[in-house]
Design a protein around this ligand. Structure first.
Ligand code: F6P
Length: 404
């Protein structure tokens, strides 16, 4: 009797929990008598020169807690032309045919693709060609439709929260404004959740337009209430008040976002004459061990992906909408990204706590003259005397704040 085989690959950027999914797939499929082949470097391993390793419970022992992926991954190369269904770039027919040949020759009954929107959009094209594939949603950005959580998100938030905890001590000791720039591309989930968990005072996300005046107003208001430091969390994809995003355009690839944090810190310094420092967290958020939540989620995703293959539900992606673990057609998940709802519960919670999203109208604030652009607020004007600031913490301030 021929061996039943399942294939698995990890595509796109790395993310905590990839190895936990691999282990989940290997163990669950082994229980059912499948052999598991792990393709190397994402989809690349499926096409000439085909590269894979046989995965067993034995050689995957101990990977549950490891960051990265033992199979390697890439978001560049022959299969990187697709950046989501809306900007879908059709893969070359011969490329897909080559993958189909590999799958057939190796007798693979189902292929598990662990990836974000770009990699799952590739999976959708392979499915349309007739290749038996299922998807597992991965990304620290948590921006895939159809699932409340992608694995990796909780770990990235934990990392950003830890960074905020550490920045808190310096901010408080030195009475500084500390700006933390976090990842997330076009979605503000990491900034929002880390900002709430790490006691951020200002959270700037792509989904909520903001102004420097309002951010500075919040800082001054905190000072008026004897809080002489402020933690600002800014998502890399937050738009500047002028509407632009900060990053590098790259030909034929997604723009590389980053750099808004230092810009925000500089502008606050210029306007308020306060010391403002920035930390760009960058890839630290994608590295290291997955949190316990992500280990459980990734393991469940792995086991359920095997179930989808056994039930021949190809072209579907696992999704988790608590308490249900289910699946949806991949196309539904990659059709458009899932962004933060500005009226949603997390934003409402943050606002209830007085966290500022930089969008409240500070036009009538008593601090307004002090937070306007530098040509309006002179150095003398912003040379705040503590007593004056405290004086301002009166009914007028309270009133202005209530309307935020
Ligand atoms: O999509 C995950 C992510 O980490 C984004 O948050 C970030 O913008 C991007 O990938 C960075 O990608 P790269 O590692 O290729 O620069």
């Amino acid at each position: 009797m021929s061996t039943k085989r399942i294939g698995i690959l990890t595509a796109g950027g790395d993310c905590p929990g990839l190895n936990a999914v691999i282990r989940g797939v290997v163990k669950a499929s082994w229980q059912l008598g499948y052999e598991c082949l792990g393709f190397l470097k994402g989809y690349e391993g499926l096409h000439d020169p085909v590269r894979y390793i046989t995965l067993t419970p034995k050689n995957t022992t101990g990977i549950l807690t490891q960051g990265g992926t033992i199979l390697g991954s890439t978001n560049k190369g022959r299969f990187a032309a697709t950046v989501g269904v809306q900007d879908r770039v059709d893969l070359d027919h011969d490329l897909i045919a080559g993958v189909a040949k590999t799958v057939e020759q190796l007798g693979i009954e189902g292929l598990v693709c662990i990836g974000g929107d770009g990699s799952l959009a590739v999976a959708q094209q392979l499915h349309e060609f007739g290749i038996p594939i299922v998807g597992v949603p991965k990304t620290i950005d948590n921006d895939l439709q159809a699932t409340a959580y992608t694995f990796g998100f909780a770990s990235a938030v934990a990392c950003a929260t830890d960074a905020l905890d550490r920045l808190h001590t310096t901010a408080a000791s030195h009475e500084r404004i500390m700006v933390l720039e976090v990842m997330g591309r076009h979605a503000g989930w990491i900034a929002l959740h880390a900002g709430i968990a790490g006691g951020g005072d200002v959270i700037l996300i792509p989904e909520i337009p903001w102004t420097f005046e309002n951010v500075c107003h919040k800082i001054l208001d905190r000072e008026a209430h004897d809080k002489h430091f402020t933690l600002v969390v800014v998502a890399e994809g937050a738009h500047l008040p002028t509407g632009e995003m900060v990053g590098e355009e790259r030909r034929g690839a997604q723009a590389r976002l980053g750099g808004i944090g230092p810009l925000v810190a500089r502008e606050i310094e210029t306007r308020l004459h306060r010391e403002a420092r920035c930390v760009v967290l960058g890839h630290l958020q994608r590295g290291g061990a997955p949190t316990t939540f992500d280990r459980v989620l990734a393991t469940e995703y792995g086991a359920h992906a095997v179930r989808l293959i056994v039930e021949e539900r190809f072209g579907e992606m696992i999704c988790y909408n608590p308490p249900e673990m289910g699946s949806v057609p991949i196309i539904e998940a990659v059709n458009q990204i899932r962004t933060v709802d500005p009226g949603g519960p997390a934003v409402q919670t943050a606002r209830a706590l007085g966290i500022c999203f930089g969008d409240c109208d500070a036009g009538h604030s008593p601090f307004m003259a002090r937070v306007a652009a530098p040509e309006v607020a002179t150095a003398e004007e912003v040379e705040l005397d503590a007593e004056f600031v405290l004086d301002m913490a009166d009914a007028a301030t309270e009133e202005a704040l209530e309307s935020c």
